[in-house]
Ligand binder design. Structure first.
Ligand code: ADP
Ligand code: MG
Length: 244
């Protein structure tokens, strides 16, 4: 076995990253033995961080790449750009604050929530994106389904959970209770970012029960930035047709 083959097999059995030694040591002919080890270990650390970033990004389950840079704050005037930029520093995640984006369809709620989740990933936070529908499915089945169990763990170890499309579908009593338990478990530990087409005064309509609605909102808005958005649907205004 050549020395390189031997090194590669050692790297693999030690679960270390594959290193391109030629480029790593290029133009570094004067390295001492300790200097070589330092360079090699630094490279291993870089590879590990890179791998963790890729994993975190995959776990986050972000449906579409949406950024603040691609958001037209001239079109959506109910939230100033500087507010969103301030929220981009993620200090509120450190303090486990929540954010609720409320307003009618098509005005950019999911876009902004996604942009925050992506920004959080960039800064090293574990964020994860789910619709309320999917969240409820996971909460109902994590004890019997391996994939739900995995998602459940990701949700419970996240720094930020985006719950999209709250209010689209009515929940039955059991589902509303599961939603409450989740919000309660997250509170003051993990930031929740909600998008909803329903104002808080309409939440009873889909949660079905005033007591559970109050309990959920109580936990959610205790430490929360509420961003009420209005305006016309971006989708409708910027409708693209096939035949121009
Ligand atoms: P909502 O979640 O409020 O229903 P979305 O965030 O899904 O709306 O927005 C609908 C579509 O329009 C998305 O593709 C989104 O990227 C785009 N969009 C909405 N508002 C803006 C905006 N102000 N600038 C750029 N794109 C926007
Ligand atoms: Mg949406």
């Amino acid at each position: 076995m050549s020395m390189l083959d031997n090194i590669n097999s050692l790297l693999s059995s030690l679960r270390l990253g594959v290193v391109d030694f030629d480029s790593l040591f290029a133009a570094k002919t004067d390295l001492t033995p300790l200097g070589s080890i330092e360079l090699f270990l630094t490279e291993q650390q870089r590879l590990r961080v890179e791998k963790q970033n890729v994993l975190r990004r995959k776990r986050a389950n972000i449906p579409r790449e949406k950024t603040l840079e691609s958001f037209d704050f001239g079109f959506q005037r109910s939230i100033p750009k500087e507010h969103m930029l301030r929220l981009s520093d993620m200090t509120w995640v450190e303090q486990a604050y929540n954010i609720c984006f409320l307003g009618p369809p098509g005005i950019g709620k999911t876009h902004l929530a996604t942009a925050l989740a992506l920004k959080a990933l960039d800064l090293g936070y574990a964020s994860v994106f789910t619709t309320l529908d999917d969240l409820i499915k996971v909460l109902k089945t994590y004890e019997i389904s391996a994939s739900s169990k995995r998602k459940h763990k990701v949700l419970h170890t996240a720094d930020m959970v985006v719950i999209d499309e709250v209010g689209f579908m009515p929940l039955d009593q059991n589902e509303a209770n599961l939603f409450f338990s989740f919000v309660a478990a997250m509170s003051e530990k993990t930031s929740i970012v909600i998008t909803s087409n329903k104002g808080f005064d309409e939440w009873t309509d889909f949660l079905g029960d005033a007591t559970i609605t109050t309990a959920i909102l109580d936990r959610l808005v205790h430490r929360c930035e509420i961003i009420k958005m209005s305006g016309n649907s971006y989708r409708l205004e910027k409708r693209q047709s096939i035949l121009k």
